[in-house]
Design a protein around this ligand. Structure first.
Ligand SMILES: *[C@@H]1O[C@H](CO)[C@@H](O)[C@H](O)[C@H]1NC(C)=O
Ligand SMILES: *[C@@H]1O[C@H](CO)[C@@H](O)[C@H](O)[C@H]1NC(C)=O
Ligand SMILES: *[C@@H]1O[C@H](CO)[C@@H](O)[C@H](O)[C@H]1NC(C)=O
Ligand SMILES: *[C@@H]1O[C@H](CO)[C@@H](O)[C@H](O)[C@H]1NC(C)=O
Ligand SMILES: *[C@@H]1O[C@H](CO)[C@@H](O)[C@H](O)[C@H]1NC(C)=O
Ligand SMILES: *[C@@H]1O[C@H](CO)[C@@H](O)[C@H](O)[C@H]1NC(C)=O
Length: 399
């Protein structure tokens, strides 16, 4: 049972839907930002899976935001065995040579004040994802043929070292963000990000759709746990997990799960996630290995087709997420959250979900408004939506 093996069809559907939502016509010009390759990254041993050099896209801040920095980890699944990593190394997810050299900056990366009211004039950076291990690995695999580089940790370090003299090193305000595998990376790197920045800077972190749960699937198997354990082992991630968490855990590899690492993160953190996150629904709660008879086939593609019992299991996914967040909700005075009840995955990167007419809200507050209010201490915010199907503002990836 290897989730890597069943990922393609599901993610293909997800990404097509996400791309379709993103490409809806928007007023105003598109912002495209060129790739910067980190030429000297090899001096710290930072390479993409295939050995190509790491890269990022930087759009400079201006005006009052010129001293502030937003870094966003790109997402895109993981590879947790040699076979799937060899495949990935030959794709745009494992090689900067095969990637788009220009990226659209939308949503939280937009430079337009009416589309991104609080961060539009900051320096905005997209860190390209090419290691398959949420920027957290440090290992090398070779068996005679060309090697596979599991060097996500080094990629992260090399990009930071490149940005420090460009102004990051004297930042006034900073926000580390990312979605999906990139949202998981914000949990992994939030604390060391803080350590690279001036002591008097305001530093905060935001994870979008990165709160992957240590969940039992519908067949009572810990499918995601097995998947992440293989990932940590293959990519040599253990030393880069939160040290306070691994030191106090009998199962240190589980510290890759945000629910265990969260209490050891002192930096103010915002958790943006859907309680019915489509990736977790399709891979954590109902992986194909737990649904060999296809009883969930229709429900997975259309919640209106779910049986009463299936809806109950989906409500269980929401309950698991809320209970994993309970202490954070109650005790994290600097934390923020926006847990809505949509069949979504990644809501900060596309304009339609981040900030637009008709974008998702809780208590009439958009995601951009809530994140901004939290970052700038305008109000103390932990928003939890009512349970499915009460939210009529969703942009669902499945109808
Ligand atoms: C900013 O976005 C608004 C709303 O979509 C649009 O009307 C305006 O033309 C955009 N401004 C620029 C400079 O692209
Ligand atoms: C290297 O490992 C891969 C994956 O396990 C395998 O397919 C390939 O045959 C191996 N190559 C050699 C030369 O052993
Ligand atoms: C690469 O060069 C930049 C600019 O000179 C420097 O700031 C950075 O530390 C170097 N990175 C590495 C990994 O040596
Ligand atoms: C932090 O301290 C430096 C050096 O004193 C100063 O130039 C900078 O403006 C300060 N930044 C903030 C956000 O206060
Ligand atoms: C992590 O451990 C160090 C050393 O014991 C301690 O000083 C620090 O407060 C801990 N951090 C958190 C967030 O628990
Ligand atoms: C929701 O917010 C919008 C825009 O801020 C406002 O016009 C509207 O009256 C609000 N609706 C409710 C029910 O508060």
């Amino acid at each position: 049972m290897n989730p890597a093996a069943f990922r393609p069809p599901f993610l293909a559907v997800l990404f097509l839907l996400a791309a379709a939502l993103r490409s809806l016509p928007l007023a105003g010009a598109r912002l495209q930002v060129a790739m910067t390759v980190v030429r000297n990254a090899s001096s710290v041993g930072a390479f993409c899976l295939d050995g190509s050099l790491p890269a990022y896209h930087l759009d400079r801040g201006f005006g009052a935001g010129a001293g502030n920095w937003l870094l966003q980890f790109e997402g895109g699944g993981w590879c947790n065995d040699v076979e799937s990593c060899l495949e990935r190394a030959k794709s745009r997810r494992g090689s900067t040579q095969l990637m788009n050299k220009w990226e659209d900056f939308n949503g939280i990366l937009s430079n337009n004040a009416s589309l991104n009211p609080d961060f539009y004039n900051w320096n905005r950076v997209k860190l390209r994802y090419c290691d398959g291990g949420s920027f957290g690995g440090d290992a090398l695999f070779h068996n005679g043929t060309s090697p596979l580089y599991f060097k996500g940790q080094k990629i992260w370090e090399s990009i930071i070292l490149d940005l420090l003299p460009k102004g990051l090193g004297t930042a006034n305000k900073a926000l580390l963000s990312g979605c999906s595998a990139g949202g998981l990376a914000t949990f992994l790197h939030c604390e060391d990000f803080t350590n690279y920045l001036p002591r008097n800077a305001t530093v905060k972190c935001l994870s979008d759709a990165g709160f992957f749960l240590d969940l039992q699937d519908i067949g009572s198997t810990h499918t995601m746990r097995g998947f992440f354990k293989d990932l940590v082992a293959l990519q040599g991630m253990n030393p880069n997990l939160n040290g306070n968490c691994t030191a106090s855990s009998t199962l240190p590899d589980l510290c890759i799960f945000p629910q265990y690492a969260l209490k050891y993160i002192a930096t103010p953190f915002f958790i943006l996630n859907s309680a019915y996150d489509v990736y977790q629904f399709h891979h954590g709660l109902v992986p194909p290995s737990a649904d060999i008879h296809g009883r969930w086939k229709h429900c997975k593609m259309n919640p209106a087709a779910c049986s009463k019992q299936q809806i109950e299991q989906l409500q269980g996914l929401r309950s698991s997420m809320l209970s994993a967040l309970k202490l954070f909700y109650q005790y994290s005075s600097k934390g923020g959250m926006f847990i809505n009840s949509c069949f979504a995955h990644c809501q900060s990167e596309s304009q339609n979900t981040w900030f637009a007419k008709g974008s998702p809200t809780i208590d009439n507050k958009t995601i951009a408004g809530t994140v901004g209010d939290w970052y700038f201490n305008r109000r103390n915010i932990k928003e939890i939506d009512c349970a499915y199907p009460c939210d009529s503002t969703c942009h669902n990836l499945i109808p």
